[in-house]
Structure formats: C-alpha cells, structure tokens
Design a protein around this ligand. Structure first.
Ligand SMILES: Nc1ncnc2c1ncn2[C@@H]1O[C@H](COP(=O)(O)OP(=O)(O)OP(=O)(O)O)[C@@H](O)[C@H]1O
Ligand SMILES: [Mg+2]
Length: 271
C-alpha cells in the first residue's frame, strides 16, 4: 500500500478535522471482464455517521464495499482515507488503515466459542517455555471488555456460536470487527433474516459504534425498517452508480424504493 499526500493539498486552507470524511470514494469504475459492475460510484463516510448503501440486486453495492475493503481493486476513480489518497490493494491494507468488514456470512466458526471466534487467526500468544500458545485467559479478559463495552455482557463466551441465535451471532461478528479499534466498520446485510427485536438490538449496537466516533457503512435491503429508522444518510445505487442521496430522518421508505427502481433521477436531499 502506498500512502501519498496530494501535493496540491498542502497549500489549501486546512479544514476542521470533522469536515474531512474518513472515506471519500469518487467516480469509481470497476469491470469484471466485459461486465461493468461500477460505473462512476461515489460515496463519503464521516466519523460518527451511519451510511446506508441501498439498491436493487446487482446495483453494485457489494462490489463498492469490497473495493472499500481492499477485496477488489478498481479500474479508475479516487479513493481517499482521511483526506489522503490511498492505494489499497488487499484486505490487510484496509485493515491497517482501520477499515473492518462484517460480511453477510459472518465468517464465524460454529464449533468454536465467542472468545475463540473473536480472536480467530490473531490470538494473543505467548512465546515462553512451551512455545507459542494461546493466552486464553488474556483473550477472555479482552473479550469480556469488548462485550461489556457493547452491552453484550450477558452473551455466553464459552458456548459454541453454532448454538446461538442469528442475532447473537451477528453481535459477535460485530464485536470481532471492533476488537482492534477500527475507524470504519462496513456491514453487509446485518439485519437480514433477523426477527424484528433482534434486528433492533443489532441496530442499537451499530448506533453505539457511530456514537463512539466510528464511520459505519451498512449495505441493506431492509429499507422500511432499518434503513429509514436506524441510519443517518442513505446513498442509493443503481446500475453501478450512486443516483440519489437522502437524510434518513427526512424520507419515507417509499421514496427510497422509488429512487432504487428509477423514479426520481439524481435526487440529493442529503445536504
Ligand atoms: N466477482 C465477480 N465476477 C463477475 N461479476 C461480478 C462479480 N461480483 C459482482 N459481479 C457482478 O457485478 C454486478 C454488481 O454486483 P454486486 O454484487 O455488487 O451487486 P449488489 O448491489 O451487491 O447486489 P445484491 O443486492 O444482489 O447483493 C452484478 O451484475 C454481478 O453479477
Ligand atoms: Mg450484494
């Protein structure tokens, strides 16, 4: 990854930190062979806000967040992190910048418990007499801290996650994403297949991440409940580009759906 500061920026009048988006992607193009998945998509994510990315099947939402997370490279466009152009070529580049992703399949190991899942692949290890061994007790302490901070203290840390409900598993996947103190968390369909009350719990957990100053990006088809009620800004994608934007509190689900299917071209009510 290269982190290059654009030379022209140094002479510009510095803006207050809060006005610089954490992530700014502009005019992103991405093709898979002859298929143009992204044709000029733009999105900004600021600290403390929840941005919903919505659109019909195939609109390019997952492709855009995968570019954001370093899973896919892009063909053209601009990607800035904290106002600085970045060249993210792998998920680990994105992780190093503080971007964490919770994918739809959650990537949890069902036979392992919450602590093991939280630290999967990055366990705290000791290198003493017995060689590298997992410092389970320390992992448990860290896990308890994170779960308490997320008000998930009543979730069992020792039960296999395969025995937990969809909502509990989603919460553990979110807890895992914030373990390493990211700046941005991307969630793909966090409320899909959840009951109304489980979805509300996940929504309040996501709100607490934003309240902690994280930028949150959520891909969601749950327009009428989650998107209009539990996010701050809505970016509508269609045919690989952003075509409308709204402030969540000032729009109905119907208006959002209209924009998704092509009703109101180029609407921008997001201010
Ligand atoms: N790895 C890939 N290889 C080839 N084509 C792809 C790949 N990933 C996505 N596409 C195509 O790019 C377009 C955008 O797909 P994408 O998954 O981003 O849509 P989406 O908005 O997330 O849709 P959904 O709501 O169904 O998840 C689709 O036409 C899809 O078939
Ligand atoms: Mg998708």
């Amino acid at each position: 990854m290269t982190l290059a500061i654009a030379e022209t920026r140094s002479t510009a009048v510095p803006k207050p930190a809060a006005s610089v988006p954490l992530i700014s992607m502009r005019n992103i193009h991405k093709s898979f062979g002859s298929l143009q998945a992204l044709r000029g998509a733009s999105v900004e994510v600021r600290a403390g806000e929840i941005v919903a990315l919505v659109g019909d099947n195939g609109a390019g939402k997952s492709t855009l967040v995968k570019v954001m997370a370093g899973v896919h490279s892009f063909d053209s466009g601009e990607y800035e992190f904290g106002g600085v152009p970045v060249d993210i070529r792998s998920p680990s580049d994105a992780t190093a910048l503080g971007i964490q992703t919770v994918y739809q399949d959650l990537a949890l190991c069902n036979n392992l418990d919450a602590v093991q899942n939280l630290f999967l692949g990055r366990e705290l290890t000791g290198s003493g007499w017995f060689g590298r061994r997992i410092r389970r007790a320390e992992c448990e302490v860290r896990a308890r801290e994170v779960m308490a901070r997320m008000r998930l203290g009543n979730l069992s840390l020792t039960r296999p996650v395969g025995a937990m409900s969809g909502g509990q598993r989603q919460n553990i996947a979110i807890a895992r994403s914030i373990l390493w103190k990211p700046k941005v968390v991307i969630l793909d369909e966090p409320t899909a297949a959840l009951s109304h009350s489980a979805a509300q719990q996940v929504a309040s957990l996501i709100r607490s991440l934003a309240d902690d100053g994280l930028g949150v990006v959520v891909v969601s088809h749950d327009i009428h409940h989650f998107v209009v009620n539990a996010t701050d800004r809505i970016v509508v994608m269609r045919l690989g580009a952003d075509v409308a934007a709204f402030r969540s509190g000032e729009v109905t689900g119907e208006q959002v759906v209209n924009a998704m299917v092509g009703g109101n071209e180029g609407v921008n009510l997001a201010g």
